[in-house]
Ligand binder design. Structure first.
Ligand SMILES: CC(C)(COP(=O)(O)OP(=O)(O)OC[C@H]1O[C@@H](n2cnc3c(N)ncnc32)[C@H](O)[C@@H]1OP(=O)(O)O)[C@@H](O)C(=O)NCCC(=O)NCCS
Length: 185
């Protein structure tokens, strides 16, 4: 099944998305927000990654579509079916699509899917300390809690940055929907 937001649709990645995702991974402007690190990614390396990550019981890699166009990438990974938790990440491909509510709609859609379909109890994520957009999206708009801070965890652009650890529980998502029903607004 597809994951529907109010405006976006999240669908599984396809082999044909390989070049789009390679451009995203190699993008200097997006790399600054990336928690991990990779050497420049070749066509072959990307194709290999695609085949390994197309499907699995503990991960789902998704393309965010707006009006039929791919505008971003989102993941649901580290699915722990026993403890009912998973990790998510999000990246929009282009600066021109940022700040228009696409991130909020995508995170809301993934929360609804994880809690109401996958029966998760907890979703977690993280962002670099200077990432004000991620902080606004997760903490201010979607009410995720800051659960900790890994000090000097990521070396980027010549200096160490703290990694902010965030999470939301099923009961907190239910409270959010009770207070302000995003889906009916
Ligand atoms: C982080 C990201 C996913 C957010 O998605 P988005 O679509 O830009 O976010 P939204 O438009 O839903 O905005 C959410 C909130 O962020 C805040 N925001 C928007 N633009 C902002 C900006 N330029 N600076 C600071 N905060 C901003 C606003 O408070 C906004 O709430 P509002 O709509 O009530 O004003 C997206 O900007 C992105 O892909 N950034 C680059 C990659 C990245 O940082 N990924 C996350 C790594 S953890």
């Amino acid at each position: 099944m597809l994951i529907n937001g109010k405006r976006v649709i999240l669908r599984a990645i396809e082999l044909s998305d390989s070049e789009l995702l390679r451009e995203m991974v190699n993008s200097a402007s997006l790399e600054q927000y990336e928690n991990g690190f990779s050497f420049p990614v070749s066509v072959n390396a990307q194709d290999k990654w695609m085949k390994e990550h197309l499907s699995g019981d503990t991960e789902s890699r998704l393309i965010i579509e707006l009006d039929g166009d791919p505008v971003g990438y989102m993941s649901i990974v580290n699915v722990d079916w026993k403890n009912k938790s998973c990790h998510t990440g999000i990246k929009l491909f282009s600066e021109k699509n940022m700040g228009q509510g696409i991130g909020t709609d995508s995170v809301m859609a993934v929360m609804r899917f994880c809690f109401e379909q996958m029966h998760m109890n907890r979703i977690e994520s993280c962002f670099l300390d200077f990432n004000t957009r991620s902080r606004a999206l997760f903490v201010e708009k979607c009410r995720w809690a800051i659960e900790g801070q890994k000090r000097q965890a990521v070396f980027k652009n010549g200096q160490y940055h703290d990694l902010v650890l965030i999470g939301i529980l099923r009961e907190e998502y239910d409270d959010l929907i009770c207070e302000r029903d995003y889906w009916k607004e």
